[in-house]
Write a protein that binds this ligand. Structure first.
Ligand code: SF4
Length: 256
């Protein structure tokens, strides 16, 4: 029988790297934990800001949003001041908003969606807008699969060499100061990502086969790593960490 094609994004890879069991609960068994109100409000600003930036790139009207949505207007003004060369088109460049890149690796379709891709003759810039209240530290972002996958996909699916590719995260959350983290790619990192991806995808194939054929659950992260403390799945995992305020009944089923 033909194996199904799995579409994997950076979120899937991050979750799989941290705790394969959580990946099983969320993506195979379709449990999800509810967002907190604060997360929802940040999501909402993030969504509005991304939509606004996409509309600008598509030359669609944005005046009404700027007039009515103060947080988006403040965020846009801040980024326009901090990075005019990114926000406004420059000569001899091509720009693509919400640009999707995919790469088929065995039964896995690796997928990334760039907020903005700016191409010139000699280099390629992937831009990602973040509206987090607090940017993560750069070391964490270096290891994050969003950084690694996005750079990897462009190197694999374009004529640009790894050395010609960079990814820049712009953190826009007024009144906090607008800041950025830039990741310049190279051949060595590309090879390391290739190796790590192959290993992770092999592990996923292996977990999936055992799950399907023998009913075995995916591996759990070691408790000592500290990830279980904030996880909503402590009860099915039998990781009882004085997490009295969690009720498993709160988990809502969602369609992925
Ligand atoms: S409780 Fe721990 S082992 Fe279980 S899914 Fe969450 S992080 Fe993984």
């Amino acid at each position: 029988m033909t194996e199904p094609i799995w579409q994997l994004s950076q979120s899937h890879l991050n979750l799989l790297s941290i705790c394969p069991r959580k990946f099983q609960y969320i993506y195979l068994e379709q449990f999800s934990s509810p967002c907190t109100v604060q997360q929802q409000s940040n999501l909402s600003l993030g969504n509005r800001f991304h939509r606004f930036m996409q509309q600008r790139e598509l030359d669609l009207p944005t005046e009404q949003i700027l007039a009515e949505d103060e947080p988006v207007r403040n965020s846009f003004n801040a980024i326009a001041q901090a990075a005019p060369d990114i926000v406004y088109p420059q000569p001899q460049t091509r720009r693509y908003s919400e640009h999707r890149r995919t790469l088929l690796k065995g039964q896995f379709l690796l997928t990334g969606i760039y907020d903005l891709l700016i191409l010139s003759k000699n280099d390629a810039k992937i831009i990602d807008w973040k509206t987090y209240p607090q940017p993560p530290n750069k070391k964490q972002l270096t290891k994050n699969w969003q950084t690694r996958l996005y750079l990897y996909l462009l190197a694999e699916t374009s004529e640009y060499s790894p050395e010609q590719i960079q990814l820049v995260y712009w953190f826009v959350n007024v009144p906090k100061k607008t800041s950025s983290f830039k990741f310049q790619y190279n051949q060595e990192q590309h090879q390391q990502t290739e190796n790590d991806l192959n290993q992770l995808l092999n592990q996923l194939s292996d977990y999936w086969q055992r799950y399907q054929q023998k009913g075995e659950s995916f591996l759990q992260v070691e408790e000592s790593q500290g990830y279980c403390a904030d996880c909503p799945f402590t009860i099915p995992c039998e990781r009882y960490l004085n997490n009295d305020d969690f009720l498993f009944s709160e988990i809502e089923e969602v369609k992925i």
